[in-house]
Design a binder for this molecule. Sequence first.
Ligand SMILES: *[C@@H]1O[C@H](CO)[C@@H](O)[C@H](O)[C@H]1NC(C)=O
Ligand SMILES: *[C@@H]1O[C@H](CO)[C@@H](O)[C@H](O)[C@H]1NC(C)=O
Length: 177
Amino acid sequence: FIYCPLRSFTDLKRDHCLFSKSTPSFPNEFLVFYDYTNKEVEIHLKEQKAEYRFLDYKPNQWHSLCTTWDMGSGLVQVWFNGMPLARKFVKQANMTGEPIIILGQEQDSHGGGFDINQSFVGMMTDVHMWDYVLSSCEIQKYMAELSFTPGNVLNWAALDFQINGRVLIENKQMYCQ
Ligand SMILES: *[C@@H]1O[C@H](CO)[C@@H](O)[C@H](O)[C@H]1NC(C)=O
Ligand SMILES: *[C@@H]1O[C@H](CO)[C@@H](O)[C@H](O)[C@H]1NC(C)=O
């Protein structure tokens, strides 16, 4: 089971990639992509994909987008701004092979094959990945931005990363209540 949430903010008027995980065999092993023309969030898993339409993906607002993938049944479910969307069958598979994870740029080959017109420009935070089923309590804590158990595969607070291009890392701005 994979659980992968992130938060993003943009005013782009074109396609953009939020999250891209490739392996040597599958450039799009796990890809979260926004198709601007069709106004849909696409979840790609090893050459298959699910499309989520009719989302209120407004510009200039933070949105949370959490993808869950039950690798045994092949079912994917997206939670958009805390609301669960339809579960869709995409693919039964295991995640194997050396991964390269890139935020904000889509890989057409393992660690490369970038298209500048699919790059993300905006802000992104709280990217995590767990490879086990989270309790609904932990999911709610993530949504409410309370303290939660960080991802065991990806932990935003302890990422080992490289910066490419114009990227600024800063502390999250929290609003006062
Ligand atoms: C994934 O791995 C499990 C355990 O090794 C195996 O039983 C299952 O068949 C694999 N699934 C696929 C789609 O390869
Ligand atoms: C990106 O988009 C611009 C404007 O539409 C276009 O001129 C350019 O050729 C595109 N670049 C690539 C690499 O597709």
